[in-house]
Design a protein around this ligand. Structure first.
Ligand code: CA
Length: 232
């Protein structure tokens, strides 16, 4: 299995509020923090630390329910930290977790970071954004193309560490030989669209994560950009 990972501050922001994790046994996480001052970095960093520590205490095999529990634990930890620390109030983070075990993939997800799968030269988004514009797309009031450039595209309907109650999306599916997975934050998907991502993943020579980030930077790099690419 080949894994490429990269996170970049982008061309506009001063801090990188994204965090990522690549850990044994084949655990991959992308997290995009939000909040004033350094709060976003703290939230996404806490998410990664909590998920990593929690999963290291669980005997294999892991499944999507265990991944969801890891997000629930991070939710409680981030809420607790924000209560203790008034300047951190309102911080939160997205969480997209993928775990691969032989021919099975398991995922758990909250927010608008994404998991994609490239299979037989076709890219498919495996997660649904918890965002206001996604809701409007589901209602048929916006097309996906309109959603990408909508002024409220950053408004999340759910995030980790903001409310006590969260509804995590989780699931599993079979992995086929040749599948390529991508975990990424919206700093990538707001700059380049799915057809560009598909092309880059299919044509990458050396490091697809770097190619994706370079493409997002060329399109403006308005946000922090994170990409983890896993080839099976
Ligand atoms: Ca972002």
């Amino acid at each position: 299995m080949k894994v490429y990972q990269k996170t970049h501050v982008g061309k506009v922001r001063k801090n990188n509020e994204d965090s990522l994790l690549v850990a044994e046994p084949n655990i991959f996480v992308a997290a995009d923090g939000m909040g004033g001052a350094a709060a976003g970095e703290i939230a996404s960093g806490m998410l990664i630390d909590t998920v990593k520590n929690f999963l290291s205490t669980i005997p294999e095999p892991l499944d999507e329910n265990i991944l969801s529990k890891a997000i629930l634990k991070a939710n409680a930890e981030i809420l607790r930290e924000a209560k203790k620390n008034p300047q951190l109030r309102g911080m939160g983070t997205t969480a997209t977790i993928l775990h691969l075990n032989k021919d099975q993939a398991y995922y758990a997800h909250l927010g608008d970071s994404r998991l994609y799968r490239l299979r037989n030269s076709a890219l498919k988004q495996m997660t649904i954004d918890h965002s206001y514009v996604e809701l409007l797309v589901a209602l048929g009031e916006l097309t996906p193309e309109q959603a990408r450039i909508h002024p409220m595209k950053n408004l999340l309907t759910q995030a980790v560490g903001v409310t006590e109650e969260i509804e995590i999306d989780a699931g599993n599916f079979k992995v086929e030989s040749g599948d390529i997975f991508l975990l990424c934050t919206d700093g990538l998907t707001n700059m380049i669209d799915d057809s560009q991502i598909e092309k880059i993943l299919m044509n990458a020579q050396k490091d697809p994560a770097e190619d994706l980030i370079n493409a997002a930077l060329e399109e403006g790099g308005h946000d922090n950009i994170t990409a983890i690419v896993i080839g099976c």
